[in-house]
Design a protein around this ligand. Structure first.
Ligand code: AP5
Length: 208
């Protein structure tokens, strides 16, 4: 099962990819997480990526294409994987088609008010990167998994969120047409709570 999760920032790609990964024992491959790990470690790739991610711009195609191609060669991808946040441009999708066989593309959609609510209340662990929402934190300020401090992501500031949404509409939305034409696209309206939306995803993928 080789899947792509597509959709605007904050729609729940990472949340549902992680749930699916845990349920089926296949890796969640988030280019956003990989870039943030590189930034945290101060690698050359991270230094180059930071200027783009902090502004809400896309990192150059070739950087993420090479990163994903290398990641998919790892043995844990043999039984399948979930691509979360890749591809994000038509050139990335064309490059992916040359080195991967994709079974389905789940396009998560939600109204802008829901997306803004999701991103505005998101908190992430400074240490392990686990994601939470203040709706479910009950006032907690530390990570349930590792005890790390919960913080706002650097790109979750209101101006950057607005810019990320513009970038999504301009550069990533054309992928909806691209994958519809391949017959791989499955649309899911992700406007319920996490359990409701995850159940919908399992249903459309015939994984119930
Ligand atoms: P990335 O980390 O991929 O960010 P993104 O696509 O903007 O997506 P997000 O992580 O913000 O949202 P999500 O859909 O995963 O939502 P989440 O599950 O966290 O990329 C960051 C940056 O890296 C990019 O801007 C770019 O610079 C660079 N980059 C990455 N990939 C690239 C690529 N391929 N090419 C070029 N550059 C690239 O959910 C959000 C919140 O809502 C959470 O708090 C969650 O708990 C909550 N929530 C989610 N679903 C629900 C629900 N159903 N009900 C209630 N709450 C929910």
């Amino acid at each position: 099962m080789n899947l792509i999760f597509l959709g605007p920032p904050g729609v729940g790609k990472g949340t549902h990819a992680k749930l699916l990964s845990e349920r089926f024992g296949i890796p969640q491959i988030s280019t956003g997480d990989m870039l943030r790990a590189n930034i945290k470690q101060g690698t050359q790739l991270g230094l180059a990526a930071k200027a783009y991610t902090n502004k809400g711009e896309l990192v150059p195609d070739q950087v993420v294409i090479d990163m994903v191609r290398e990641r998919l060669r790892q043995p844990d991808c043999e039984k399948g994987y979930i691509l979360d946040g890749f591809p994000r441009t038509v050139p990335q999708a064309e490059a992916l088609a040359a080195f991967a066989r994709i079974d389905a593309v789940v396009d998560l959609e939600a109204g802008e008010d829901i997306i803004l609510g999701n991103l505005g209340g998101r908190r992430v662990c400074r240490d392990c990167g686990a994601t939470y929402h203040i709706r479910r934190l009950d006032g907690a300020t530390t990570c349930a998994a590792c005890g790390g401090e919960l913080i706002h992501r650097a790109d979750d500031q209101p101006d950057t969120i607005r810019h990320r949404l513009e970038v999504y509409h301009r550069q990533t939305e054309p992928l909806i047409t691209y994958y519809r034409e391949t017959g791989l696209l499955i649309n899911v309206l992700a406007e319920g709570d996490i359990e409701h939306d995850f159940a919908l995803i399992l249903k459309v993928l015939d994984l119930e």
